[in-house]
Ligand binder design. Structure first.
Ligand SMILES: *[C@@H]1O[C@H](CO)[C@@H](O)[C@H](O)[C@H]1NC(C)=O
Ligand SMILES: *[C@@H]1O[C@H](CO)[C@@H](O)[C@H](O)[C@H]1NC(C)=O
Ligand SMILES: *[C@@H]1O[C@H](CO)[C@@H](O)[C@H](O)[C@H]1NC(C)=O
Ligand SMILES: *[C@@H]1O[C@H](CO)[C@@H](O)[C@H](O)[C@H]1NC(C)=O
Ligand SMILES: *[C@@H]1O[C@H](CO)[C@@H](O)[C@H](O)[C@H]1NC(C)=O
Ligand SMILES: *[C@@H]1O[C@H](CO)[C@@H](O)[C@H](O)[C@H]1NC(C)=O
Ligand SMILES: *[C@@H]1O[C@H](CO)[C@@H](O)[C@H](O)[C@H]1NC(C)=O
Ligand SMILES: *[C@@H]1O[C@H](CO)[C@@H](O)[C@H](O)[C@H]1NC(C)=O
Ligand SMILES: *[C@@H]1O[C@H](CO)[C@@H](O)[C@H](O)[C@H]1NC(C)=O
Ligand SMILES: *[C@@H]1O[C@H](CO)[C@@H](O)[C@H](O)[C@H]1NC(C)=O
Ligand SMILES: *[C@@H]1O[C@H](CO)[C@@H](O)[C@H](O)[C@H]1NC(C)=O
Ligand SMILES: *[C@@H]1O[C@H](CO)[C@@H](O)[C@H](O)[C@H]1NC(C)=O
Ligand SMILES: [Cu+2]
Length: 662
């Protein structure tokens, strides 16, 4: 039986994506002889008091074409759709991402020769209602969430970002990309670029020297919370073995969601005398959709709420294996992911493939990614809930309208519009008391990359405290970050190290006040910058990060992956460190997990290592959007010898001159 999926929408709605997929349908486990059928998302209309509040359905067929019946499955008949009562003429709102856009095609050639993939991103503002509550939002190419970028390792990515906002600048960061040799395309406001002013464009242009599940998002203030985010998936031949473990794959974004524009919440959060009271989300979204009970808002709240709001349905075939690529694209909340009655097999953490580990729940903090394999081998008598339970212990307050469990539906019962019955049962495992990662020691990379011995070691602290004007600020070793006006630390470093000229570099000899190992004072009072790989040699840097705070924080380092070497609380055992961790060939750490975002628990410490071979100014920060804006960011300046001879492309440099204040 052959099946075919029609070509997915192109990688770029307005561009010339070269990653066209003309799939032949997904690969099937030969032993099971499952026939491929319509595989698509359904959007359920919720509310109207049906059952658990979920009843009516309508479907969008964009991503699938022919269908065939799995013999025993009642799912086969297309006439089942849409469910009774749904408005058969209802259309996907034009700003909504078609769920089919996040299906990945198993016929993608992971061995293809390198190519250049072009995308156009046009950033606009408007109104949207992902969960029914109407609010001001930002869109990429008119849609939320952003388009799937899919590429191969070795490809070049060229993205022309055009800012059509009325008043504010923007900048897009490619989370996890090494940007080796192209630091100025890292997209980090005040560090690698000034914002793109309204009416202007910037063409990001860099090669992809890595593979796995990544994402992109605005790195301009808290702007990504308003909608500028999307998935970035990179394939590579290394993936071949893992691909034997699944028949199809889907991208699943999960995020917290607020009903107000992010700057409104930010202002409240940073208001004087407001210590440690981060805005609590109003809801969560899966692939930009979720149910919200409009009756939670009476008219006093001033929101418009549409009762036809929807949640994502992942429609699968029985007895197939699906790789779900989860990405937490949110602002604040960690989620515990689970599927009722199904164990999940974790095979990837932040782009590192790992030996499969079976779990009931997967904790995923902001900016982290996990791939899990879901096998549809349970009873077809019901649909099942996919749950993202926010770890509310990590909130310091209470939001009465928040349902802390964000839900979507896994359907292979044959009825895509049916509410999961009482036979869909959550795992009994208690939710954790804190925001905490899966234990790194349980996640063994499938490809061992033994950490080289360290050459440098730094201890860093961070804390929150009330400072001047009673403002709650976060500090790295006493320095609270603020965004620079009209310049970037990258620009300052290049100018200071040699003005981008050979003569200048020679004159400075790479040893002026900017080419400093350790804290670099020259950047001024609100930039904590640590110089590494300063002596024309490549350092292997160990960072021992101590939390002096009562909250959990997901820390992200730009431009690198790092090895998680050790976590603990209380005193650090220096003897053990010097004897058994620092040197090359230390046996206990050969299988250390590599990732780019880890969660540090209250008053604990984490020791991690990275190779500082990548010239540039690299942000290291808490990815909770509120904490970043409170100043919880520092930077590494790597390889001043290379930076002293570098030139920031005119298009990037010019953004600071064009200045919008940032
Ligand atoms: C919405 O909330 C109201 C009030 O709590 C409740 O009566 C109603 O059943 C809820 N609706 C759904 C669909 O959950
Ligand atoms: C939901 O209701 C709003 C307001 O009536 C409408 O604009 C939108 O198209 C509806 N969405 C769907 C999917 O029916
Ligand atoms: C980027 O897109 C804008 C808006 O469409 C266009 O004006 C500009 O020419 C594009 N830049 C490049 C280099 O293609
Ligand atoms: C622009 O930024 C200002 C202040 O930062 C904010 O109040 C406003 O809502 C923003 N507007 C948009 C469309 O981003
Ligand atoms: C980055 O580029 C440098 C050459 O400038 C190279 O030595 C290094 O291996 C590269 N690092 C990565 C992670 O690709
Ligand atoms: C991207 O960068 C490469 C290498 O510097 C260059 O050859 C190419 O012309 C650039 N492409 C665009 C569209 O700017
Ligand atoms: C279903 O698959 C999981 C692995 O994904 C396995 O652990 C479990 O035993 C299977 N259950 C049945 C009923 O086959
Ligand atoms: C799907 O389930 C719903 C809820 O139980 C029911 O109303 C509907 O008739 C079912 N559809 C089919 C085709 O069985
Ligand atoms: C789901 O698991 C629960 C608890 O083990 C069980 O009672 C229930 O029957 C299972 N549901 C299905 C559809 O197998
Ligand atoms: C950061 O502060 C800690 C505690 O005071 C100190 O031990 C450490 O050396 C400092 N790190 C740097 C890079 O200055
Ligand atoms: C510190 O590490 C050394 C070497 O591994 C070990 O002998 C010693 O017992 C440790 N000290 C403590 C307090 O755990
Ligand atoms: C940044 O540029 C803007 C616009 O040119 C100007 O108003 C502002 O004063 C500049 N800020 C600094 C700190 O130079
Ligand atoms: Cu934080």
């Amino acid at each position: 039986m052959s099946s075919s999926q029609s070509p997915r929408p192109k990688p770029s709605e307005t561009g010339t994506g070269t990653g066209t997929n003309t799939g032949e349908g997904f690969r099937r486990p030969s032993a099971l002889l499952i026939t491929a059928s319509v595989v698509t998302f359904v959007i359920l209309s919720l509310g109207l008091g049906l059952g658990l509040g979920l009843g009516l359905g309508l479907e969008h067929h964009h991503a699938s074409a022919s269908s065939s019946a799995a013999p025993s499955s009642p799912a086969a008949s297309a006439s089942l759709l849409p469910g009774s009562g749904a408005d058969p003429n209802a259309k996907l709102e034009e700003w909504r991402r078609d769920p089919g856009d996040y299906f990945m095609d198993m016929s993608w050639n992971i061995h293809a020769a390198p190519t250049t993939r072009h995308y156009d991103f046009v950033i606009t503002e408007g109104q949207g209602w992902p969960d029914g509550v109407v609010r001001d939002m930002l869109f990429i190419n008119g849609k939320f969430p952003g388009p799937l970028i899919e590429a191969n390792m070795g490809d070049r990515l060229v993205v022309n970002v055009t800012n059509k906002l009325s008043a504010n600048a923007t900048a897009v960061h490619w989370h996890g990309m090494y940007q080796n040799g192209t630091n100025w395309f890292d997209g980090t406001t005040g560090i690698t670029q000034c914002g793109i002013p309204p009416g202007q464009s910037l063409v990001y242009n860099f090669t992809l020297d890595q593979s796995g599940t990544y994402w992109y998002h605005s790195h301009y203030g808290t702007q990504y919370l308003d909608g500028i985010l999307g998935p970035l998936i990179i394939h590579a031949p290394e993936e071949a073995d893992a691909r034997q473990l699944y028949d199809q794959e889907r991208v699943v974004l999960i995020q917290d969601w607020y009903h107000d524009f992010s700057t409104v919440n930010l202002e409240t959060y940073l208001a004087p005398d407001n210590e440690n009271t981060e805005p609590i989300p109003d809801n969560g979204l899966v692939n930009g959709m979720a149910f919200f009970n409009c009756s939670a808002y009476d008219s006093d709240y001033g929101y418009t709420c549409f009762d036809n709001n929807t949640c994502s349905v992942l429609s699968l075939e029985p007895n197939t294996r699906t790789r779900l690529r989860f990405i937490n694209t949110g602002a604040f909340a960690e989620f515990e992911l689970s599927v009722d009655n199904h164990t999940l097999s974790v095979i990837e953490a932040d782009a590192t493939l790992v030996k499969p580990v079976s779990v009931h729940r997967v904790p995923i903090h902001v900016a982290q990614r996990y791939s899990v394999i879901l096998e549809t081998n349970q009873s077809t008598s019901t649909n099942y809930w996919l749950r993202g339970a926010m770890v509310t212990n990590c909130f310091t307050g209470n939001n009465p309208v928040l349902d802390p469990t964000t839900k979507a539906v896994i359907s292979y019962s044959g009825n895509k519009t049916a509410v999961p019955s009482d036979a869909s049962v959550d795992w009994a495992d208690a939710l954790p008391e804190h925001c905490i990662d899966l234990d790194a020691r349980d996640l063994i990379p499938s490809t061992q990359k033994v950490p080289p011995g360290a050459t440098k070691m730094w201890r860093l602290d961070f804390s929150f405290g009330i400072g001047a004007y009673q403002l709650d600020r976060a500090k790295f070793n006493g320095t609270s970050w603020s965004v620079l006006d009209n310049t970037t630390t990258l620009q300052q470093a290049i100018d200071g190290l040699g003005g981008g000229t050979q003569e200048g570099a020679a004159a400075s000899g790479g040893s002026n006040s900017w080419a400093v190992e350790g804290p670099v004072g020259a950047f001024g009072g609100d930039q904590f910058v640590l110089g590494v790989s300063t002596d024309n040699q490549i350092d292997v840097v160990d960072i021992l990060l101590y939390s002096l705070d009562e909250g959990s924080h997901p820390f992200h380092l730009h431009g690198h992956e790092f090895w998680i070497l050790q976590t603990g609380s209380g005193p650090f055992n220096w003897t053990h460190y010097h004897e058994e961790i620092y040197p090359a060939g230390a046996p206990g750490i050969a299988d250390a997990l590599r990732r780019d975002t880890f969660t540090l628990q209250p008053y604990k410490w984490t020791l991690f290592r990275f190779v500082a071979d990548n010239a540039g100014l690299w942000a290291f920060h808490c990815h909770i959007a509120w904490h970043l804006e409170a100043g919880l960011m520092m930077q590494f300046m790597s390889r001043p010898d290379v930076l002293g001879e570098a030139t920031v492309p005119e298009a990037v440099r010019g953004l600071c001159a064009a200045s919008t204040g940032r």
